[in-house]
Design a protein around this ligand. Structure first.
Ligand code: PMP
Length: 392
């Protein structure tokens, strides 16, 4: 071997999704593989106006170095929104602006985890978190997902058997499964956490994208400083500005700021000023309403096509929000094998194995509905159904 890489790089593969996305770049492919928002909903003109205004009014300061924690008016906006939408009292000082919530996962792992530390993640779980946390050479414990959230009996057992330091979860419209925790699961998880010393990392990029069902409280609102909450502008405005945030107690925040400073001094300040200007001049709720309407229709379209064309032996989640749904194949049918056959017919998805720590997921796969037209969803699901029927 030509280079001697650090131990932490061993065993962390290049994201399988990145590999898949290379295959799916071909224009003839109908891809349900990526996790991309619908670009037709990007407020391009409004962001362009905001950019011009921000540069005209705050040119020099918007282009200067800035503070590590992020643009105060933007942090104030986020804190006020938590109060308004969730009844969660948060000070702007408890918000750190990051390069997407992806950087939040990395920074939280960096300040908390030593090599060999024990971490819980859902099975299936968010691939980006598996990748980011793996770099700190931790030991993962997967806890199964049920239709209404994580299996709390299994969760309790894992807490009993291991000195867990961090529990990472996506309780709203999870990536990859689309599953949301019920109120009972939220309460039970909060109760279990209270009897432990673990930190709960609640990753919530999709929470505002609920298209059916009743809104449920954040787990952080029950466990307060034991919880670190993350949010993102990626799914409610645009992902290209790379703006997310971490919301944590002051003691944690001080450490996060040191880690963030060492990583990149601060997040792109021009992006922060532009997005803040956009938020001042436009109604975010109205914009989110538009996104929810479209995603709700796309989800329904995919769900109905699955009901219509897939063999009855397959099961599928029915998400109440977010961007993904999750399919489970009958015993003995491999989603990896299905992936290879489907690609040959120009349809792509992500096989389930990628989302499982310590193996599993061979019979399941993730479908993204936000990035395809209803026509493509219908055609793609029909084609996929044909491949599945031939495999059964
Ligand atoms: N967490 C989850 C659960 C996600 O699905 C994503 C995006 N795929 C992220 C974090 C990262 O998003 P961003 O960095 O754009 O905020």
């Amino acid at each position: 071997m030509k280079y001697s890489f650090a131990n932490r790089m061993h065993g962390v593969d290049e994201s399988f999704i990145r590999e898949i996305l290379k295959v799916t770049e071909k224009p003839e492919i109908i891809s349900f593989a990526g996790g991309l928002p619908n670009p037709g909903l990007f407020p391009v003109r409004e962001i362009s106006d905001a950019a011009q205004k921000a540069l005209a009014c705050k040119g020099e300061s918007a282009l200067q170095y800035a503070t590590t924690e992020g643009y105060l008016p933007l942090r104030e906006f986020i804190a006020q929104r938590y109060q308004l939408k969730q009844g969660l009292e948060v000070s702007p000082d408890e918000i750190l602006i990051t390069n997407g919530s992806q950087q939040g996962i990395d920074l939280v792992a960096k300040i908390l985890l030593n090599r060999g530390d024990h971490v819980i993640i859902e099975r299936p779980g968010y691939l980006g978190a598996i990748q980011a946390i793996s770099l700190y050479e931790t030991e993962f414990h997967g806890v199964s997902m049920e239709d209404d959230g994580v299996d709390t009996a299994e969760l309790e057992d894992v807490f009993k058997d291991h000195p867990i330091k961090l529990f990472y979860a996506v309780p709203n419209f999870q990536n990859p499964s689309g599953i949301s925790y019920s109120r009972k699961k939220r309460d039970d998880v909060a109760e279990i956490l209270k009897s432990t010393a673990a930190i709960f990392l609640e990753d919530d990029p999709y929470g505002e994208l609920r298209f059916t069902g009743a809104k449920l409280p954040l787990i952080k609102s029950q466990i307060r400083e034991q919880g670190i909450l993350m949010g993102s502008f990626s799914k409610i405005t645009v992902p290209g500005t790379r703006l997310g945030w971490v919301c944590a107690d002051k003691e944690i925040m001080d450490k996060l700021k040191v880690a963030k400073q060492a990583a990149d001094l601060h997040s792109n300040f021009l992006s922060q000023v532009i997005i803040h200007q956009y938020l001042m001049d436009n109604d975010l709720d109205e914009h989110i309403e538009k996104i929810k309407n479209v995603y709700g229709q796309q989800c329904q379209c995919m769900f109905s096509a699955i009901q219509q064309y897939f063999p009855a032996k397959l099961t599928c989640t029915k998400p109440e929000g977010g961007m993904f749904l999750w399919v489970t194949l009958p015993e003995g049918v491999s989603s990896m094998e299905l992936f290879e056959k489907a690609i040959a017919e120009n349809v792509a998805f992500v096989p389930g194995g990628a989302f499982y720590v310590n193996g599993g997921g061979d019979r399941s796969f993730r479908l993204n509905f936000s990035n395809s037209t209803e026509e493509k969803i219908e055609t793609g699901i029909k084609k996929l159904a044909g491949v599945i029927k031939r495999m059964l």
